[in-house]
Design a binder for this molecule. Structure first.
Ligand code: TYD
Length: 213
C-alpha cells in the first residue's frame, strides 16, 4: 500500500538532500514513489511560488505580501497539489514524499508570523480535506547553526531579511507539533553527518514499509 511521507525543517536543515536520498533508496526497492514540494509542483503552485519568491528577493521593488495573503497563497498551492497530485498518486498506489506540508504553515505563519492558530488549522483542513501523512520527518537544526551553514554556502538572502528570533519561533512551532503527535513525527538531529541522517531516516521508513506489506 502506498504511503505518504512529509519532510519538514527550518531553512538550512539539509532537507532537499535528505528528500533526494530517501527517494533514491525507495526507488531501489522498485516501489513507485514521487517527490513533490510546497509551494509548487503543479502549474498553479509554481505560479504561486514565483509570486512569493519574487517579493522575497532583496531589493525587490514589489510591495510586500501581507501575512494573511501569504497564508492564503500557501493554502491555495496546497489544495491544488493535494487534489491534482497527492490524492490521485496515493490512489494509484504511488507513494508520495512531500517537501513541506501543513506543519510549515503552523510553524511559519502561526508561530513565526503570529497568525491565529485556529484559522490556520481550519485552512489546513480545508486545503487537504483532512489528508494526513503516515510520517513527518523533521530535520531539527538550531537557527544559529543553520545561519552559519548558509553563510558557508550560497543562499544568504532570507536570513539577512528575517531575524534569528523568527526562526527560533518557527523551531518552537515544529517542536510543539512533534510533541503533540509523537507517533507520526520522527525528529532527527540535522547536525549529524549527512550520511548518518540518511541512515536514520531510512531505518524509520523501512519500518513503515514493512508495516504496510
Ligand atoms: P523554499 O524555497 O521551498 O525553501 P526550503 O528549501 O526551505 O523549503 O521556500 C519555502 C519557504 O516558504 C520557506 O522559507 C518556508 C516557507 N513556507 C511558509 O512560510 N509556509 C508554508 O506553508 C510553506 C509550505 C512554506
Amino acid at each position: 500500500m502506498a504511503f505518504f511521507i512529509v519532510f519538514e525543517g527550518g531553512d538550512g536543515s539539509g532537507k532537499t538532500t535528505q528528500v533526494r536520498n530517501l527517494y533514491s533508496r525507495i526507488r531501489r526497492r522498485q516501489t513507485p514513489v514521487r517527490v513533490v514540494h510546497e509551494p509548487g509542483s503543479t502549474v498553479l503552485g509554481e505560479s504561486i511560488r514565483r509570486l512569493l519568491s519574487a517579493r522575497r528577493k532583496t531589493g525587490s521593488s514589489l510591495p510586500p505580501i501581507v501575512p494573511e495573503a501569504e497564508l492564503f497563497l500557501f493554502e491555495a498551492s496546497r489544495a491544488q497539489l493535494v487534489g491534482e497530485v497527492i490524492r490521485p498518486s496515493l490512489r494509484q498506489g504511488t507513494s508520495v514524499i512531500c517537501d513541506r506540508y501543513v506543519y510549515s504553515t503552523v510553524a511559519y505563519q502561526g508561530y513565526g508570523r503570529n497568525l491565529e492558530a485556529r484559522l490556520i488549522k481550519q485552512l489546513n483542513e480545508a486545503a487537504t480535506g483532512g489528508l494526513h501523512p503516515d510520517l513527518v520527518v523533521y530535520l531539527d537544526v538550531p537557527p544559529e547553526a543553520a545561519l552559519q551553514r548558509k553563510t558557508e554556502t550560497t543562499d544568504m538572502g532570507r536570513f539577512e531579511k528575517e531575524e534569528l528570533a523568527f526562526h527560533q519561533r518557527v523551531r518552537r512551532g515544529y517542536m510543539e507539533q512533534a510533541a503533540a503527535e509523537p507517533h507520526r513525527w520522527f525528529v532527527v538531529d540535522a547536525l549529524l553527518p549527512t550520511a548518518q541522517v540518511s541512515r536514520l531516516i531510512w531505518e524509520r521508513v523501512e519500518g513503515l514499509i514493512k508495516d504496510r506489506m
